[in-house]
Design a protein around this ligand. Structure first.
Ligand SMILES: O=C[C@H](O)COP(=O)(O)O
Length: 273
């Protein structure tokens, strides 16, 4: 079975020193945790841009690191932007694209998300492509349809720009569940993610693509949705390293149930730089 993917975005919650301290705590945890050591879990960390270079060094071998955003363009007069080329140059392997906060607060349109998805793939970065319905619909099938449309739209510019063959990560994040006290109900998550997962597994230009759930994800959720998701995209509930440790414990237990743990396997992120 493919490793479960646990992504964490620190958004802009931490200052610089706290972000680096968190990275050190997570590196120490991950180096010792059997779920990471066995390769059952792949960790991806997106700190703020300023923390990315040091995070790459601190988390080397235990987590991939990336930006929370990237520019659609590769170079030029784009004050304040950071290109996918530069992220890749310093060792990033992943990047968020189209997070609900980028769309709502910074006016990112579908066209911008398309261009940024293409830029990520063009530079060998795996996009964490964020999709999700704004308002909670009565029927999760409607949410799934909307998300499938968002995925296909976001990939609209990628086919011509990328070499093809590169996987994506679809982060299903219902906007109404982001920053909330609780995640969406497990049955709802499973209903949407099962459709999304079937869809992304059919993306022949992006084999190996995965679906993770984000939106107030916390300890206990992975176990409840594990059959229909490839992992979680964590925000606030990963701020406490003990909470991330609890989620790693869940992943380890799930892996033992799968019977696929290989304690001798190299971690998939071991040569991240
Ligand atoms: O990037 C992460 C997601 O937006 C979830 O954040 P949250 O768990 O704090 O709601």
């Amino acid at each position: 079975m493919a490793p479960r993917l646990l992504g964490v975005s620190l958004k802009m919650y931490f200052g610089h020193e706290r972000a680096l301290g968190w990275c050190r705590d997570i590196a120490a945890l991950a180096r010792e945790h059997p779920a990471v050591r066995s390769g059952a879990v792949e960790l991806a960390v997106m700190p703020s841009y300023l923390a990315v270079p040091e995070a790459l060094a601190i988390l080397d071998g235990v987590a991939v690191v990336g930006g929370q955003d990237l520019a659609a363009a590769d170079k030029g007069a784009f004050t304040g932007e950071v290109s996918g080329a530069e992220l890749a140059e310093i060792g990033c392997r992943v990047v968020e694209v189209g997070h609900a906060e980028r769309r709502a607060l910074f006016g990112e349109t579908d066209a911008v998300v398309r261009a940024k998805t293409a830029a990520a793939l063009r530079h060998g970065l795996t996009p964490f492509l964020c999709v999700g319905e704004t308002d909670r619909p009565d029927d999760p099938a409607n949410a799934a349809d909307a998300c499938v449309r968002q995925v296909d739209d976001a990939l609209g510019d990628a086919a011509d720009d990328s070499d093809g063959g590169a996987p994506i990560v679809v982060a299903y994040e219902p906007r109404w569940a982001i920053g909330a006290p609780e995640p969406a109900e497990p049955a709802y998550i499973r209903a949407v993610c099962s459709v999304l997962r079937a869809h992304v597994r059919g993306l022949t230009a992006h084999p190996g693509s995965r679906v993770v759930y984000g939106g107030s994800a916390r300890p206990g959720l992975l176990t409840a949705v594990a059959d229909d998701v490839d992992g979680l995209f964590l925000g606030r509930f990963a701020h406490d390293p003990a909470a991330l440790a609890a989620i790693l414990d869940e992943a380890h237990a799930l892996d033992a149930q799968d019977g696929s743990a290989d304690p001798t396997a190299a971690h998939p992120t071991a040569s991240s730089r």
